[in-house]
Design a protein. Structure first.
Length: 429
């Protein structure tokens, strides 16, 4: 709903004064002099993450290798502990989630585990708006399995380059489909897919289904167990604020704990047997069984603090504020930035049930607008061809920052400030 808002600054201040989550902003380091709206790419450092990270460094200094069992949070069990802490955010049982690897490696791990082609059932369904790494992974999996990605990877098409229609994806699910792997929230438009409906329809056809939830976990509540999806992966450096390259997560539905992990490695062993050093791999009967290597303790430690903040704030309250913020932003763009000379448009679903945590604002000069914003200390990101992605994060952004963002954008157009910038994209935008 984008009604009930007003365009003036006092209204933004009023929204902040009524915000029950406003106190959490002080738990984060917001870079000085910036309006940070890029938490869907890299979340900010949470102050609560510092002490677990320092503690682990200290334990390494004092305990050396003994840290694996004698650290306050023994490193040997840390990945499973963090998985249990994250399970509430996705509606899973604590032993169905583990902190491990990276998103793309976890895609390789779980897609390979669940992709069991037989006879003519050998195709994987994904979509053409997927994050590229997912498609690279799916193609290479097919190639390694002797399939032909040009024939065996079916990409659901988008009519407008922004959105996908669930019924069209469902229409693709057929007797030749061996697996469906989709994003929860599309990384460009911010569309939230109906995970429950897609899962029901896949299962009705005996097709396993998994989701890449990088753009939803920590922003949108999920009920994985209730919806009964087969598997999921997500990163922790976006909404979960665990730092650049921090350890990712995977979810395996407990119905599948007896399946053999496709990419075996010694950290997937039953814990009590791992150091038997047997050459026979016996995987742990929980999500931990899908780990491969020694957990990156330093890259995981910040999660201990940031996940505690999520538990304190509650994902339901965070989602309420996130929707209120994105609705307010859409309202301001509609009211102030759609007419000449601004001509911005919103490329994100207006229905709240179809929206993730960010808003795609489209403009043919989006690249240079992004540069102009950054030089004013306003940080969105740019995604080609014409999108400024703006993520007001409920833990640390203010409504007033959304209002300021829109004023900056308006002023940049009024002064034609974007024309000073190059049309060539930097290595990262
Ligand atoms: C939707 C999605 N999937 C996969 C990835 C790749 O993640 P990683 O670098 O952890 O493999 C990203 C990275 O931003 C992403 O947004």
């Amino acid at each position: 709903m984008t009604t009930g808002y007003e365009t003036d600054e006092a209204f933004a201040r009023k929204l902040d004064s009524e915000d029950p989550l406003a106190r959490f902003r002080d738990r984060f380091y917001v870079p000085k002099g910036t309006i940070y709206l890029d938490g869907n790419s890299l979340g900010l450092l949470c102050k609560d993450s510092e002490s677990p990270l320092h503690r682990v460094l200290d334990e390494w200094r004092v305990l050396g290798i003994r840290g694996w069992l004698e650290a306050k949070q023994p490193w040997f069990y840390f990945a499973e502990e963090l998985g249990a802490m994250c399970a509430g955010l996705v509606g899973a049982h604590p032993n169905e989630v583990v902190a491990t690897g990276t998103t793309t490696v976890n895609i390789h791990q779980l897609v390979n585990t669940f992709y069991r082609p037989s006879g003519k059932r050998k195709k994987i369904i994904a979509d053409e708006l997927d994050f590229p790494s997912d498609i690279y992974a799916l193609k290479s999996i097919l190639q390694l399995r002797g399939m032909n990605p040009n024939e065996d990877l079916i990409l659901a098409q988008s009519a407008d380059g922004r959105f996908l229609e669930e019924h069209e994806i469902i229409n693709l699910m057929g007797e030749e489909t061996a697996l469906v792997f989709l994003p929860s929230v599309l990384y460009r438009s911010g569309q939230l897919l109906d995970i429950q409906r897609l899962t029901e329809e896949a299962h009705r056809r005996n097709i396993p289904i998994g989701f890449d939830c990088c753009h939803s976990v920590g922003s949108v509540p999920h009920r994985f167990d209730e919806w009964d999806l087969d598997f999921a992966v997500w990163c922790s450096y976006k909404y979960l604020n665990a730092g650049p390259g921090s350890t990712a997560f995977l979810y395996v539905n407990k119905r599948h704990f007896n399946r053999e992990p496709s990419l075996a490695g010694w950290f997937g062993c039953i814990k009590e047997k791992q150091f038997d050093m047997s050459l026979r791999f016996q995987h742990a009967p929980n999500a931990g069984g899908w780990q491969i290597s020694s957990p990156a303790i330093l890259g995981s430690a910040p999660l201990e603090g940031s996940l505690r903040v999520f538990q304190e704030a509650g994902i339901g309250a965070l989602r309420d504020k996130s929707l209120r913020m994105t609705s307010y932003l859409i309202y301001l763009v509609d009211r102030l930035l759609t007419k000449e000379p601004y001509i911005f448009s919103v490329g994100t679903p207006r229905e709240e049930t179809r929206r993730g945590g960010h808003v795609a604002i489209e403009h043919e000069e989006a690249l240079r607008m992004g540069e102009a914003l950054r030089s004013r200390g306003v940080i969105p990101d740019f995604r080609p061809p014409n999108i400024l992605r703006v993520a007001p994060v409920p833990l640390y952004n203010r409504y007033h920052e959304i209002w300021q963002f829109v004023q900056h954008l308006k002023d940049i157009v009024d002064k034609k400030e974007y024309e000073r910038y190059s049309k060539t994209r930097k290595a990262i935008s």
